[in-house]
Design a protein around this ligand. Structure first.
Ligand code: BGC
Length: 416
Protein backbone atom coordinates (compact mmCIF):
# COMPACT_ATOMS: atom_id res chain seq x y z
CA UNK A 1 0.00 0.00 0.00
CA UNK A 2 1.25 3.42 -0.86
CA UNK A 3 1.94 5.48 2.25
CA UNK A 4 0.63 9.06 2.43
CA UNK A 5 3.57 11.34 3.08
CA UNK A 6 2.43 14.95 3.35
CA UNK A 7 4.53 17.39 1.40
CA UNK A 8 5.49 20.70 2.99
CA UNK A 9 2.99 22.46 0.79
CA UNK A 10 0.21 20.09 1.81
CA UNK A 11 1.06 20.57 5.50
CA UNK A 12 1.06 24.33 5.11
CA UNK A 13 -2.27 24.18 3.28
CA UNK A 14 -3.72 22.02 6.03
CA UNK A 15 -2.49 24.36 8.76
CA UNK A 16 -3.80 27.34 6.89
CA UNK A 17 -7.19 25.68 6.42
CA UNK A 18 -7.36 24.85 10.16
CA UNK A 19 -6.35 28.37 11.13
CA UNK A 20 -8.83 29.87 8.71
CA UNK A 21 -11.59 27.65 10.05
CA UNK A 22 -10.82 28.92 13.54
CA UNK A 23 -10.09 32.47 12.56
CA UNK A 24 -12.30 34.89 14.38
CA UNK A 25 -12.81 38.58 14.66
CA UNK A 26 -12.01 40.66 17.69
CA UNK A 27 -13.65 44.01 18.06
CA UNK A 28 -11.57 46.14 20.39
CA UNK A 29 -12.74 49.31 22.06
CA UNK A 30 -10.02 51.76 23.05
CA UNK A 31 -9.26 55.48 23.00
CA UNK A 32 -5.76 55.42 21.62
CA UNK A 33 -5.95 57.90 18.78
CA UNK A 34 -3.00 60.29 19.28
CA UNK A 35 0.34 59.72 17.46
CA UNK A 36 2.09 57.58 20.09
CA UNK A 37 -1.12 55.88 21.19
CA UNK A 38 -2.04 54.89 17.63
CA UNK A 39 1.38 53.28 17.18
CA UNK A 40 0.85 51.26 20.34
CA UNK A 41 -2.65 50.24 19.19
CA UNK A 42 -1.15 49.09 15.90
CA UNK A 43 1.21 46.81 17.84
CA UNK A 44 -1.79 45.22 19.50
CA UNK A 45 -3.57 44.79 16.20
CA UNK A 46 -0.47 43.26 14.54
CA UNK A 47 -0.18 40.74 17.37
CA UNK A 48 -3.70 39.55 16.70
CA UNK A 49 -3.41 39.53 12.90
CA UNK A 50 -0.26 37.41 13.20
CA UNK A 51 -2.47 34.67 14.59
CA UNK A 52 -4.75 34.71 11.58
CA UNK A 53 -7.61 36.55 13.25
CA UNK A 54 -9.09 39.83 12.16
CA UNK A 55 -9.30 43.08 14.08
CA UNK A 56 -12.27 45.38 14.14
CA UNK A 57 -11.20 48.75 15.41
CA UNK A 58 -13.57 50.48 17.82
CA UNK A 59 -11.65 53.64 18.66
CA UNK A 60 -13.50 56.38 20.49
CA UNK A 61 -11.39 59.54 20.57
CA UNK A 62 -11.10 61.48 23.79
CA UNK A 63 -8.15 61.48 26.19
CA UNK A 64 -8.69 59.74 29.50
CA UNK A 65 -11.44 57.59 27.99
CA UNK A 66 -14.58 59.35 29.29
CA UNK A 67 -16.27 59.30 25.87
CA UNK A 68 -15.18 55.71 25.26
CA UNK A 69 -16.83 54.59 28.49
CA UNK A 70 -20.09 56.33 27.58
CA UNK A 71 -20.17 54.62 24.18
CA UNK A 72 -19.26 51.27 25.74
CA UNK A 73 -22.19 51.50 28.15
CA UNK A 74 -24.70 52.03 25.39
CA UNK A 75 -23.28 49.16 23.33
CA UNK A 76 -23.41 46.73 26.24
CA UNK A 77 -26.90 47.82 27.28
CA UNK A 78 -28.14 47.18 23.75
CA UNK A 79 -26.70 43.63 23.93
CA UNK A 80 -23.94 44.33 21.44
CA UNK A 81 -20.73 44.30 23.49
CA UNK A 82 -17.34 44.34 21.74
CA UNK A 83 -15.00 41.38 22.35
CA UNK A 84 -12.54 43.47 24.33
CA UNK A 85 -12.58 46.92 25.86
CA UNK A 86 -9.99 49.09 27.56
CA UNK A 87 -11.39 49.24 31.10
CA UNK A 88 -9.36 50.02 34.18
CA UNK A 89 -9.18 49.81 37.95
CA UNK A 90 -12.33 49.52 40.09
CA UNK A 91 -14.48 49.89 36.96
CA UNK A 92 -13.46 46.34 36.09
CA UNK A 93 -15.22 45.17 39.22
CA UNK A 94 -18.28 47.24 38.38
CA UNK A 95 -18.52 45.66 34.92
CA UNK A 96 -17.88 42.16 36.30
CA UNK A 97 -20.71 42.63 38.79
CA UNK A 98 -23.05 43.22 35.85
CA UNK A 99 -22.22 39.65 34.71
CA UNK A 100 -21.11 40.72 31.22
CA UNK A 101 -17.41 39.82 31.42
CA UNK A 102 -15.95 36.41 30.69
CA UNK A 103 -13.53 34.79 33.18
CA UNK A 104 -10.09 34.04 31.78
CA UNK A 105 -8.85 31.54 34.33
CA UNK A 106 -7.77 28.91 31.82
CA UNK A 107 -5.63 31.38 29.87
CA UNK A 108 -4.29 32.90 33.08
CA UNK A 109 -3.38 29.53 34.53
CA UNK A 110 -1.63 28.34 31.39
CA UNK A 111 0.26 31.65 31.18
CA UNK A 112 1.11 31.63 34.92
CA UNK A 113 -0.31 35.13 35.34
CA UNK A 114 -0.18 34.82 39.13
CA UNK A 115 3.59 34.49 38.87
CA UNK A 116 4.36 37.01 36.17
CA UNK A 117 2.22 39.88 37.48
CA UNK A 118 2.86 41.98 40.60
CA UNK A 119 0.35 40.87 43.29
CA UNK A 120 -1.51 44.21 43.59
CA UNK A 121 -1.90 44.37 39.80
CA UNK A 122 -3.26 40.80 39.66
CA UNK A 123 -5.80 41.78 42.34
CA UNK A 124 -7.13 44.62 40.17
CA UNK A 125 -7.53 42.19 37.24
CA UNK A 126 -9.58 39.70 39.27
CA UNK A 127 -13.20 39.59 40.32
CA UNK A 128 -13.97 37.17 43.16
CA UNK A 129 -10.64 35.44 42.50
CA UNK A 130 -11.18 35.04 38.73
CA UNK A 131 -9.19 36.94 36.12
CA UNK A 132 -11.55 39.11 34.08
CA UNK A 133 -8.96 41.39 32.44
CA UNK A 134 -5.46 41.37 31.00
CA UNK A 135 -3.09 44.29 31.74
CA UNK A 136 -0.85 45.74 29.04
CA UNK A 137 1.31 48.23 30.92
CA UNK A 138 2.09 50.47 33.85
CA UNK A 139 1.85 54.18 33.17
CA UNK A 140 3.39 56.58 35.66
CA UNK A 141 1.25 59.69 36.01
CA UNK A 142 3.39 61.94 38.24
CA UNK A 143 5.67 63.15 35.46
CA UNK A 144 6.65 66.67 34.49
CA UNK A 145 7.77 67.08 30.87
CA UNK A 146 9.97 70.00 29.94
CA UNK A 147 11.60 71.54 26.91
CA UNK A 148 15.27 72.13 27.84
CA UNK A 149 15.75 74.84 25.19
CA UNK A 150 12.80 76.78 26.53
CA UNK A 151 14.07 76.50 30.10
CA UNK A 152 17.51 77.65 28.98
CA UNK A 153 16.11 80.62 27.09
CA UNK A 154 14.21 81.68 30.21
CA UNK A 155 17.12 81.00 32.55
CA UNK A 156 14.81 78.62 34.42
CA UNK A 157 15.82 75.59 36.45
CA UNK A 158 13.99 72.26 36.42
CA UNK A 159 11.85 72.38 39.60
CA UNK A 160 11.97 69.75 42.31
CA UNK A 161 9.35 71.28 44.60
CA UNK A 162 6.33 73.52 44.10
CA UNK A 163 8.12 76.73 45.16
CA UNK A 164 10.74 76.09 42.49
CA UNK A 165 8.00 75.25 40.04
CA UNK A 166 6.51 78.73 40.37
CA UNK A 167 9.95 80.35 40.10
CA UNK A 168 10.52 78.47 36.82
CA UNK A 169 6.99 79.29 35.62
CA UNK A 170 7.52 83.00 36.32
CA UNK A 171 10.83 83.00 34.40
CA UNK A 172 9.22 81.28 31.40
CA UNK A 173 6.37 83.78 31.44
CA UNK A 174 8.83 86.70 31.42
CA UNK A 175 10.60 85.09 28.44
CA UNK A 176 7.31 85.04 26.51
CA UNK A 177 6.94 81.25 26.68
CA UNK A 178 3.73 79.62 27.92
CA UNK A 179 4.93 78.21 31.26
CA UNK A 180 2.48 75.31 31.54
CA UNK A 181 0.91 73.53 28.57
CA UNK A 182 -2.53 72.52 29.75
CA UNK A 183 -5.73 71.20 28.30
CA UNK A 184 -8.83 72.26 30.24
CA UNK A 185 -10.68 68.95 30.32
CA UNK A 186 -11.67 67.57 33.68
CA UNK A 187 -9.35 64.56 33.62
CA UNK A 188 -6.43 66.83 32.74
CA UNK A 189 -7.37 69.30 35.49
CA UNK A 190 -7.43 66.37 37.88
CA UNK A 191 -4.10 64.99 36.67
CA UNK A 192 -2.61 68.34 37.73
CA UNK A 193 -4.60 68.38 40.96
CA UNK A 194 -3.49 64.93 42.08
CA UNK A 195 0.14 65.83 41.30
CA UNK A 196 -0.13 68.80 43.67
CA UNK A 197 -1.90 66.68 46.30
CA UNK A 198 0.94 64.15 46.16
CA UNK A 199 3.84 66.61 46.02
CA UNK A 200 2.57 69.13 48.51
CA UNK A 201 0.48 66.92 50.79
CA UNK A 202 2.72 63.82 50.71
CA UNK A 203 1.90 60.15 50.25
CA UNK A 204 -0.08 59.69 53.49
CA UNK A 205 -2.24 62.72 52.80
CA UNK A 206 -2.82 61.53 49.24
CA UNK A 207 -3.97 58.11 50.39
CA UNK A 208 -6.20 59.43 53.16
CA UNK A 209 -7.77 62.20 51.10
CA UNK A 210 -8.06 60.75 47.63
CA UNK A 211 -8.05 56.98 48.09
CA UNK A 212 -9.83 56.53 51.42
CA UNK A 213 -11.85 59.74 50.89
CA UNK A 214 -11.54 60.48 54.60
CA UNK A 215 -13.91 63.41 55.37
CA UNK A 216 -11.68 64.99 58.03
CA UNK A 217 -8.69 65.00 55.67
CA UNK A 218 -10.76 66.33 52.79
CA UNK A 219 -11.97 69.17 55.01
CA UNK A 220 -8.57 69.79 56.64
CA UNK A 221 -5.94 72.53 56.21
CA UNK A 222 -3.61 70.53 53.91
CA UNK A 223 -6.39 70.09 51.40
CA UNK A 224 -7.02 73.85 51.44
CA UNK A 225 -3.34 74.50 50.74
CA UNK A 226 -3.26 71.91 47.95
CA UNK A 227 -6.29 73.49 46.29
CA UNK A 228 -4.75 76.96 46.47
CA UNK A 229 -1.48 75.77 44.92
CA UNK A 230 -3.41 73.93 42.22
CA UNK A 231 -5.36 77.07 41.34
CA UNK A 232 -2.17 79.13 41.19
CA UNK A 233 -0.93 76.92 38.34
CA UNK A 234 -3.83 78.16 36.22
CA UNK A 235 -2.27 81.62 36.08
CA UNK A 236 0.61 80.07 34.14
CA UNK A 237 -1.53 78.44 31.43
CA UNK A 238 -2.57 80.18 28.21
CA UNK A 239 -6.00 81.47 27.22
CA UNK A 240 -6.53 78.69 24.69
CA UNK A 241 -6.21 75.96 27.32
CA UNK A 242 -9.95 75.30 27.81
CA UNK A 243 -10.95 72.13 25.97
CA UNK A 244 -7.51 71.53 24.46
CA UNK A 245 -6.57 67.86 23.93
CA UNK A 246 -3.62 66.62 25.98
CA UNK A 247 -1.55 65.69 22.92
CA UNK A 248 -1.88 69.22 21.55
CA UNK A 249 -0.58 70.48 24.89
CA UNK A 250 2.35 68.05 24.54
CA UNK A 251 2.94 69.41 21.02
CA UNK A 252 3.39 72.89 22.54
CA UNK A 253 6.24 71.55 24.68
CA UNK A 254 7.69 69.65 21.71
CA UNK A 255 7.77 72.88 19.68
CA UNK A 256 9.08 74.99 22.54
CA UNK A 257 5.95 77.15 22.62
CA UNK A 258 5.47 75.97 26.18
CA UNK A 259 8.04 75.10 28.83
CA UNK A 260 6.41 72.33 30.90
CA UNK A 261 3.51 69.89 31.01
CA UNK A 262 2.18 67.78 33.87
CA UNK A 263 1.05 64.53 32.27
CA UNK A 264 1.38 60.76 32.47
CA UNK A 265 3.98 59.04 30.33
CA UNK A 266 1.67 58.50 27.36
CA UNK A 267 3.04 62.02 26.66
CA UNK A 268 6.42 60.38 26.07
CA UNK A 269 4.78 58.40 23.28
CA UNK A 270 4.10 61.75 21.57
CA UNK A 271 7.65 63.05 21.97
CA UNK A 272 9.06 59.76 20.67
CA UNK A 273 6.59 59.58 17.77
CA UNK A 274 7.78 63.09 16.83
CA UNK A 275 11.36 61.77 16.68
CA UNK A 276 12.45 63.50 19.89
CA UNK A 277 15.11 62.06 22.18
CA UNK A 278 14.71 62.01 25.97
CA UNK A 279 17.43 63.85 27.87
CA UNK A 280 18.28 65.85 24.74
CA UNK A 281 15.12 67.25 23.13
CA UNK A 282 12.89 66.82 26.14
CA UNK A 283 13.22 66.10 29.83
CA UNK A 284 11.18 63.84 32.05
CA UNK A 285 11.25 64.42 35.78
CA UNK A 286 8.86 63.58 38.57
CA UNK A 287 6.27 66.25 39.38
CA UNK A 288 7.46 68.63 42.14
CA UNK A 289 7.88 66.98 45.53
CA UNK A 290 6.99 63.48 44.34
CA UNK A 291 10.36 61.89 43.54
CA UNK A 292 9.81 59.14 46.11
CA UNK A 293 6.29 58.36 44.98
CA UNK A 294 4.76 56.72 41.94
CA UNK A 295 1.21 57.35 40.78
CA UNK A 296 0.25 54.30 38.77
CA UNK A 297 -2.25 53.90 35.98
CA UNK A 298 -2.61 50.48 34.42
CA UNK A 299 -4.25 49.92 31.05
CA UNK A 300 -6.09 46.66 30.80
CA UNK A 301 -8.50 44.89 28.51
CA UNK A 302 -11.64 43.29 29.82
CA UNK A 303 -13.14 40.54 27.70
CA UNK A 304 -16.89 40.46 27.21
CA UNK A 305 -19.05 37.34 26.96
CA UNK A 306 -19.47 36.31 23.31
CA UNK A 307 -21.46 33.60 21.53
CA UNK A 308 -19.53 32.86 18.33
CA UNK A 309 -16.94 30.08 18.91
CA UNK A 310 -14.34 31.41 16.46
CA UNK A 311 -14.58 34.86 18.00
CA UNK A 312 -14.22 33.41 21.48
CA UNK A 313 -11.04 31.66 20.33
CA UNK A 314 -9.72 34.89 18.83
CA UNK A 315 -10.56 36.73 22.04
CA UNK A 316 -8.59 34.18 24.08
CA UNK A 317 -5.65 34.41 21.70
CA UNK A 318 -5.66 38.16 22.23
CA UNK A 319 -5.45 37.68 26.01
CA UNK A 320 -2.56 35.23 25.60
CA UNK A 321 -0.73 37.58 23.24
CA UNK A 322 -1.15 40.60 25.52
CA UNK A 323 0.87 38.92 28.22
CA UNK A 324 3.71 37.75 25.97
CA UNK A 325 7.12 39.39 26.57
CA UNK A 326 7.39 40.31 22.86
CA UNK A 327 4.12 42.20 22.90
CA UNK A 328 4.78 43.86 26.26
CA UNK A 329 8.08 45.20 24.92
CA UNK A 330 6.88 46.42 21.53
CA UNK A 331 3.68 47.94 22.85
CA UNK A 332 5.31 49.81 25.71
CA UNK A 333 8.20 51.14 23.64
CA UNK A 334 5.52 52.99 21.66
CA UNK A 335 3.10 53.80 24.44
CA UNK A 336 5.58 55.51 26.79
CA UNK A 337 4.72 53.14 29.64
CA UNK A 338 6.62 50.16 31.05
CA UNK A 339 5.74 46.45 30.81
CA UNK A 340 3.50 45.22 33.60
CA UNK A 341 4.97 41.73 33.31
CA UNK A 342 7.68 41.17 35.93
CA UNK A 343 11.34 40.48 35.14
CA UNK A 344 11.31 41.99 31.66
CA UNK A 345 14.58 43.16 30.14
CA UNK A 346 14.61 46.96 29.89
CA UNK A 347 17.66 47.36 27.62
CA UNK A 348 15.64 48.66 24.68
CA UNK A 349 13.88 51.25 26.83
CA UNK A 350 14.99 54.86 27.39
CA UNK A 351 16.06 56.44 30.68
CA UNK A 352 12.57 57.73 31.55
CA UNK A 353 11.23 54.16 31.33
CA UNK A 354 14.19 52.75 33.23
CA UNK A 355 13.63 55.26 36.04
CA UNK A 356 9.95 54.42 36.02
CA UNK A 357 10.66 50.70 36.22
CA UNK A 358 13.10 51.06 39.13
CA UNK A 359 10.78 53.46 40.98
CA UNK A 360 7.79 51.16 40.50
CA UNK A 361 9.65 48.43 42.36
CA UNK A 362 11.13 50.68 45.07
CA UNK A 363 7.91 52.58 45.80
CA UNK A 364 6.00 49.29 46.01
CA UNK A 365 8.34 48.42 48.89
CA UNK A 366 8.39 51.86 50.56
CA UNK A 367 4.63 52.49 50.41
CA UNK A 368 5.03 55.33 47.90
CA UNK A 369 3.14 53.53 45.17
CA UNK A 370 -0.29 55.16 44.89
CA UNK A 371 -3.17 54.79 42.43
CA UNK A 372 -4.10 57.61 40.06
CA UNK A 373 -7.59 58.92 40.75
CA UNK A 374 -7.60 60.94 37.53
CA UNK A 375 -7.18 57.70 35.60
CA UNK A 376 -9.73 55.57 37.37
CA UNK A 377 -7.40 53.52 39.52
CA UNK A 378 -8.84 53.97 43.00
CA UNK A 379 -12.34 55.31 43.43
CA UNK A 380 -15.57 53.97 41.92
CA UNK A 381 -16.72 55.68 38.71
CA UNK A 382 -19.57 57.65 40.34
CA UNK A 383 -17.51 59.25 43.14
CA UNK A 384 -14.57 59.81 40.79
CA UNK A 385 -16.75 61.65 38.29
CA UNK A 386 -18.38 63.80 40.99
CA UNK A 387 -15.03 64.77 42.56
CA UNK A 388 -13.50 65.54 39.18
CA UNK A 389 -16.41 67.83 38.34
CA UNK A 390 -15.91 69.88 41.51
CA UNK A 391 -12.15 70.16 40.96
CA UNK A 392 -12.76 71.46 37.43
CA UNK A 393 -15.48 73.86 38.62
CA UNK A 394 -12.99 75.24 41.12
CA UNK A 395 -10.29 75.53 38.42
CA UNK A 396 -12.66 77.40 36.12
CA UNK A 397 -14.43 79.59 38.65
CA UNK A 398 -13.38 83.10 39.58
CA UNK A 399 -15.50 83.01 42.71
CA UNK A 400 -15.24 79.62 44.41
CA UNK A 401 -12.84 79.65 47.36
CA UNK A 402 -10.60 76.72 48.28
CA UNK A 403 -12.69 76.24 51.42
CA UNK A 404 -15.91 76.03 49.42
CA UNK A 405 -14.30 73.60 46.99
CA UNK A 406 -13.20 71.40 49.88
CA UNK A 407 -16.72 71.12 51.25
CA UNK A 408 -18.04 70.27 47.78
CA UNK A 409 -15.34 67.63 47.24
CA UNK A 410 -16.13 66.02 50.61
CA UNK A 411 -19.82 65.87 49.59
CA UNK A 412 -18.99 64.54 46.11
CA UNK A 413 -16.82 61.81 47.65
CA UNK A 414 -19.99 60.25 49.09
CA UNK A 415 -21.53 59.72 45.63
CA UNK A 416 -22.41 56.07 45.06
C1 BGC B 1 -4.91 55.94 29.58
C2 BGC B 1 -3.80 56.01 28.59
C3 BGC B 1 -4.11 57.09 27.57
C4 BGC B 1 -4.41 58.41 28.28
C5 BGC B 1 -4.74 59.55 27.34
C6 BGC B 1 -5.20 57.30 30.18
O1 BGC B 1 -6.29 57.23 31.04
O2 BGC B 1 -4.57 55.07 30.63
O3 BGC B 1 -3.61 54.78 27.96
O4 BGC B 1 -3.03 57.21 26.70
O5 BGC B 1 -5.50 58.22 29.14
O6 BGC B 1 -5.78 59.22 26.52
Amino acid sequence: MKKFIPTQAATAALLFATAAAQAGEVEVLHWWTSGGEAKAATALKATLLAQGHSWKDFAVAGGGGDSAMTVLKSRVVSGNAPAAAQIKGPSLQEWAREGVLTPMDEVAKAGKWDEILPGPVADIMKYKGHYIAAPVNVHRVNWLWANPEALKKAGAKLPSNWDEFFVAAEALKKAGIVPVAHGGQNWQDFTTFEAVALGEGGVDFYKKALVQLDPATLNGPTMEKVLSTFKRIKTYTDKNAPGRDWNLATAMVIKGEAGMQIMGDWAKGEFVAAGKVPGKDFICTTTPGSAKAFTFNIDSFALFKLKNEANIKAQRDLAVAIMSPEFQELFNLNKGSIPVRLNMKMDKFDDCAKTSSADFVSTAKSGGLVPSIAHGMAVGAAAEGAIKDVVSQFWNSDKMTAKEAQAKIAAAAKTK
